[in-house]
Design a protein around this ligand. Sequence first.
Ligand code: GDP
Length: 455
Amino acid sequence: MSTVCAVSTPLAEGGLAVIRISGEDAVAAAERIFVPFGGKRVSDMPGYTCTYGRVIDPADGSVVDDAMLTVFRAPHSYTGEDTAEISCHGGVYITKRILRLCLAAGCQQADRGEFTKRAFINGKLSMTQAEAVMDMISARGELSLRSARLTREGRLFKRIDAVKDRLVTLLGELAAWVDYPEEDLPAVEEGALKATLADAAGELERLVRDYDCGMVLRRGIDTVIAGKPNVGKSTLMNMLLGYERSIVTEAAGTTRDVIEETVKLGELELKLSDTAGIRETDDRIEQLGVSLAKKRLDECALIIAVFDTSSPLDSEDRELLNYVRGLDKRLIVVLNKSDLGNAVDEKEFAGIKTVGISAKNGEGLEALTAAASELFGISSYDADTTIFANERQKRCAESALEKLRAALAAAELGETLDAVTVMTDAAVSELMELTGERATEAVVEEVFSRFCVGK
Ligand code: GDP
């Protein structure tokens, strides 16, 4: 593999900049452009040592900068190859000049993520660990940093690997039994077979669920507050916000615009839109509001449907209820104005999570928080759990899960062990793609193209 170089720090003025060289000729290339003080030779430097010296232009011997050089010897480096790192003064011109010297000394410019890709190719990191490196760099908060770090430490890889190992053992037993029936091997016991498949599926299900949960916590939830005019949507929004946001009036239909705000509801962050109702109307302006409201309902992740509990549901309420029921979204029914008594038959909301509140008096927030947390499985979520870093990993796990379920179904229907074997084998392939053990060139390219240069 060629020897590559890149600037690993941002190209901007700063205290220091780091130029990294990795590959077979890394130390030789560094020696061409770096002269240690005190007559030492770069090629004599052992791994994990650094030295102070000068960067020179070998073309004319001119001094470019005073700098530190750190040498790592294969395989004890990030990439697993010989590596040299020059820490120079953090000037844009100096940095570029040293990079050009490295190129002139025989190195090639590294692609995005090339150092981490080499670490992956040289077996220093699994694919999931490599992807976590990028997540650590882009983490914006404690929670995302913590989960990226755990993945970087290999926690996710180990969990996936454990599932895979069990399935591979099972495949071995199945193969032996199918291929050498005359050998008098113990039959693969049906109960144990199903249990192994179900356990593996359960573990993948947990990982997928935790991913959804983790993403919800990281990114917030697109939420729509829906309801006919005057049920108290704006008042509810103000209660959640903790201050007056939209104009609350007695006249029905006042809240016409979609208003967006972000509020914290327990651990959850709701990105709220207060929308107009969805009633049929001849009014052109209202029609526009209605189609906008429907569009938001179709796109959001959580619907809070508000009803006035002090009077029985009317056709407009039912129209909304039927509409949101049909959307297959996470849904909370809020029965507002509980301070005015209850005239609504709760049977109308059978099967839906229902919370009674008085938005005006600020009552019922805890119940609403609990309902939302439960809907998103937050109450059972452990922030230290390892979650997939991205959709690619989750997709692989979901495909594996699908195949395991098919294997389990085949086992339960008493189909031939061949069918079980084929599906289990397919699941193992998906898991190996997840960890990168059997990732295609295209997948590897795609993963590392999302990295920054110099990482
Ligand atoms: P929207 O059209 O759905 O946004 O409804 P508003 O929030 O504008 O509220 C309509 C009217 O209902 C206002 O007069 C509010 O003060 C009143 N209201 C809202 N929530 C409550 C509540 O919990 N109890 C009572 N008694 N009145 C409420």
